[in-house]
Design a protein around this ligand. Structure first.
Ligand code: SF4
Length: 292
């Protein structure tokens, strides 16, 4: 849940999730519809699906335990190097470090080298004896993350307060390395077509679209486009920007009143649905709710 999501946003979802699934087994016996409904509004829904599949795999193939080898952990859906190392450290207390942006920045600064000049996994392997003790290895992982977030911050690190400034080459050097600037993401434009049944207060949604990041989710018919255009037989409603799964979208919203259901679509209430509706679609509901 915490992937790309702030703690304060996650807390109510986490509590609700644990109330529904207090054990791995209870989660593994559930289904996608229920899990997605509990996740509704949190975004990045692939995480919810992966979590459910993982719980089933762990119960069925690993005796309800997390494997102890990184190679086995990485076979679980949605788990790459970062999460696998975090799990090894936090759950099995193994000498492993989850390398995120904070950790990379801290190591780069201590060595006063650009991130792309360093092989972080190799660096950790070489310095294993210094970094890890026999027990509480998970503490070093957490400490590094917190240290990067609170002291060795991206901008204006608190070097004078820093307890390791005596070993830090960045602090001591007159020639400080320059961080690589992040490449700005290009935005993509989409036209969204809302068929609205005014009498029943319903909207047509479909799962048949090729938006990989909202794969298998209900959306109004949507197509990729360039800029904003006038489209015959459609009323232009608004243009807005949206971020989904780190992607920047430029949305042109069109609507028409129609009681005829478009192909491969279903009617949904603009108010309340039992079915899971992603927050992006709900945002569209809100946008068009003022149409008369
Ligand atoms: S001295 Fe400054 S740059 Fe070096 S680790 Fe500490 S906070 Fe980071």
């Amino acid at each position: 849940m915490l992937q790309q999501t702030q703690v304060k946003t996650v807390i109510p979802y986490f509590k609700k999730f644990l109330l529904n699934f207090s054990t791995l087994e209870s989660l593994s016996r559930s289904n996608e519809k229920k899990v997605l409904k509990l996740w509704e509004g949190l975004g990045y829904y692939r995480r919810a699906r992966n979590l459910l599949v993982t719980s089933k795999l762990l119960v069925r193939e690993h005796n309800s335990k997390l494997p102890k080898k990184i190679i086995d952990i990485k076979k679980l859906p949605g788990i790459g190097d970062y999460t696998a190392n975090a799990l090894l450290a936090f759950i099995h207390d193994q000498p492993a470090i989850a390398i995120d942006g904070n950790v990379k920045r801290v190591f780069s600064r201590i060595l006063n080298k650009k991130e792309n000049e360093l092989d972080f996994y190799k660096l950790i392997e070489i310095n294993k004896k210094t970094l890890f003790k026999e027990r509480r290895n998970s503490d070093i992982v957490e400490a590094l993350m917190e240290f990067g977030a609170l002291i060795c911050k991206p901008k204006e690190p608190e070097c004078l307060k820093c307890n390791i400034n005596n070993i830090c080459k960045y602090f001591k050097s007159d020639k400080k390395f320059k961080q690589i600037k992040k490449i700005k993401q290009k935005e993509k434009s989409y036209n969204i077509f809302c068929y609205i049944d005014k009498i029943k207060n319903k909207i047509a949604l479909t799962k048949k679209h090729d938006l990989g990041f909202l794969d298998k989710f209900y959306l109004p018919p949507i197509t990729e486009t360039v800029g904003t255009n006038k489209i015959k037989n459609w009323n232009f409603h608004s243009n807005f920007k949206n971020f989904i799964s780190n992607k920047k979208l430029n949305i042109n919203l069109y609507y028409k009143f129609s009681s005829k259901l478009p192909l491969q679509s279903q009617w949904f209430s603009l108010k309340e649905n039992n079915e899971f509706i992603p927050s992006f679609t709900k945002k569209i509901f809100k946008q068009i709710s003022n149409i008369n």
